[in-house]
Design a binder for this molecule. Structure first.
Ligand code: UDP
Length: 328
């Protein structure tokens, strides 16, 4: 039985990872400052004898009692709207936060996996993206606070690996979807599904010709788990290579939800990547992993979850705590 610290545990991916390790019979220490995370994602684990929650910001010194086998660093805002609202905290969690957790890993003799992102490739000039592509990132654009912090995270993690011999893993996560995504955080899937459920038009940013490749959360969790258990310290893309334009994606959501609303076009956000598709040859080779859930099935499961939310949550603002937090 392993003891695992998961940061960002109350978030979309973090909470699914908690479920995975609890199902294994492992002991889970879940940590979150609840700025973009939500305790509703962990409610079902509360009271479980192998589950402990720490309300803590990993950008400040991190301590947990006793031994530790694994750390998974998944704390970070993860949507362009969040980066704009809390840019400094976005920078801090992947830089200072990563440094704190690497120090903790060293101190405990734990293996650490950090959640990096396809955003390290920026608006990519190479397609699909392989791990050896260095990216096309604007450091001072609105996404710079996220992209550069994640790039720093990778550099710091690799330095701990080479200098200290720490066991480190770097996952480059591409767009992922599934139950527990935040409804109103601006990401395209919850945006479209939320709009359909509220009877609003679906907002396409730009002309909708930009592409993304969406991975169902169960596949992602399996990929992360395999990477953690592997002996591979270089970055690995984890995502679904099935690419689709945002226009076609909107049509899929219209069909799925049966909404009678139409699409409306809004301005494309600054530095919005035009195309994105992971090359997952490395994950196939090193982890014997590839996604199994087709988008039609994943979307069905995700929509079923969103449909069952209490109606109040459809209209809830998700940024209620940001004003207070900005002073930290
Ligand atoms: N997008 C959109 N309508 C929305 C929200 C997002 O057309 O209501 C677009 C967005 O401009 C981007 C794509 O969908 O091109 C994916 O956006 P998301 O924020 O989900 O992820 P990211 O841009 O970080 O991949």
């Amino acid at each position: 039985m392993a003891k695992v610290l998961i940061t960002g545990a109350a978030g979309f991916l973090g909470s699914h990872l908690c479920d995975r390790f609890i199902a294994n019979g492992d002991e889970v220490l879940a940590m979150d400052n609840l700025i973009t995370g939500n305790m509703e994602n962990l409610e079902h684990l509360s009271g479980h004898p192998k589950f402990t929650f720490y309300h803590h910001d990993v950008s400040t010194f991190v301590h947990v009692p006793g031994k530790l086998d694994y750390i998974l660093h998944f704390a970070s805002p993860a949507s362009p709207i969040d980066y704009l609202k809390i840019p400094i905290q976005t920078l801090k969690v992947s830089s200072l936060g990563t440094h704190n957790l690497l120090g903790l890993a060293l101190n405990k003799g734990a293996r650490i996996l950090v959640a990096s992102t396809s955003e390290v490739y920026g608006d990519p000039l190479v397609h699909p993206q392989t791990e050896d592509y260095w990216g096309n990132v604007n450091p001072v654009g609105p996404r710079g606070v996220y992209d550069e912090a994640k790039r720093f995270m990778e550099a710091m993690t690799m330095a701990y690996h080479t200098y200290h011999g720490l066991e480190t893993r770097i996952a480059r996560i591409f767009n992922t979807y599934g139950p527990r995504m935040r409804l109103n955080d601006g990401r395209v899937l919850p945006a479209f599904i939320g709009q359909a459920l509220r009877g609003e038009d679906l907002t396409i940013f730009g002309d909708g010709s930009q592409t993304r490749s969406f991975c169902y959360v169960d596949d992602l969790v399996e990929g992360i788990y395999r990477l953690l258990m592997s002996d591979y310290a270089q970055p690995v893309n984890i995502g679904n290579p099935h690419e689709i334009t945002i226009s076609d994606f909107a049509q899929e959501i219209i069909k799925l939800t049966g909404t009678r609303q139409k699409v409306v076009y809004k301005e494309l956000p600054v530095n919005d990547p035009m195309q994105r598709q992971p090359d997952i040859s490395k994950a196939k080779e090193v982890l014997d992993w590839e996604p199994k859930v087709m988008r039609a099935e994943g979307l069905e499961r995700t929509y079923a979850w969103f449909k069952n939310l209490p109606e109040g949550r459809l209209y809830r603002k998700e940024h209620r705590d940001f004003e207070d937090y900005k002073r930290n």
